[in-house]
Design a protein around this ligand. Structure first.
Ligand code: SAM
Length: 258
């Protein structure tokens, strides 16, 4: 990853670490339940959670695995996550500062690798996926959740702009076919995939990233001025001048190392 992009991610998440650990959207949801169910079915011994953020995925995996290692690029995020999980049954989670594209673990070290709500920040997704394949044992599982790229170019450009104005470290999200190609190229076979929707409350979603009132108003103006078909693609709800919510489309994938 470029130094400039790594610094952008660290600036973004270093400042929002406290809000991330207490975020209801990160701490629960159908997507997390699905990842944990997929993981539990594997009865894993060693789990690696990539880009752990507030540790919300690492924590439930700590209840089903003997060893959980949680990796993140942002040190303040790791500190906040460690503090958050300590009293919640995750005292044995090990936190490691690293970039997903250069993981400091041996080949085949994990039974399961998870990555939730993070890959849209990765500068080199193909490199990250190669690392995931390398650290998984043969037959091990990769469990992914991320924002789903839209098939329509105009809707895709619209939501990318919305995401980037809220979080400048957002790079892009990928369509299901793109994920499958990344995984296939690295030697991982997709066994199951699903798309789910998550309603984002505008105030919570923009507030978590510490947008200024002015920046939030500018973003609302941008959303209101966008073509109706773009807003409709994400079910944006408006109330007068205000944006109330939108639906975030997410992809879930379960893949196995060949
Ligand atoms: C939205 S948070 C992750 C949420 C978390 N996985 C969960 O389940 O709630 C995104 C995290 O990705 C981390 N991150 C972004 N790029 C990264 C990279 N290349 N390597 C490691 N961590 C990265 C950020 O520091 C941030 O903490």
């Amino acid at each position: 990853m470029s130094e400039a992009h790594a610094r952008r991610v660290q600036a973004q998440f270093g400042g929002s670490a406290a809000a991330s650990v207490t975020s209801a959207g990160h701490g629960a949801g159908e997507d997390l339940d699905r990842l944990v169910a997929w993981g539990a079915a594997r009865r894993p011994d060693r789990v690696l959670d990539l880009a752990t953020g507030g540790g919300h995925t690492a924590l439930p995996f700590a209840a089903i695995a003997r060893r959980v290692v949680a990796v993140d690029l942002t040190e303040p995020m790791l500190r906040a996550a460690r503090e958050h999980v300590r009293a919640r049954g995750g005292a044995h989670i090990e936190f490691v500062a690293a970039d997903t594209s250069a993981l400091p673990f041996g080949d085949g070290a994990f039974d399961v690798v998870t990555c939730r709500t993070a890959a849209h920040h990765f500068a080199d997704v193909a490199a990250a996926v190669r690392q995931i394949q390398r650290v998984l044992r043969p037959g091990g599982a990769f469990l992914l959740q991320d924002i789903l790229g839209h098939d329509d170019a105009e809707a895709s450009a619209f939501i990318l702009e919305v995401e980037r104005r809220r979080d400048p470290s957002h790079l892009r999200s990928y369509r299901a076919a793109e994920w499958k190609a990344f995984l296939r190229a690295a030697g991982l076979t997709v066994m199951e995939d699903a798309v789910i929707w998550k309603i984002r409350e505008w105030g919570d979603w923009t507030g978590r990233m510490r947008m200024s009132t002015e920046a939030r108003h500018e973003l609302e103006t941008f959303v209101r001025a966008a073509p109706e078909r773009c807003r409709a693609a994400f079910d944006f709800k408006l109330s007068g001048e205000r944006v109330e919510s939108f639906n975030d489309r997410q992809i879930l994938l379960r893949a196995e190392r060949d």
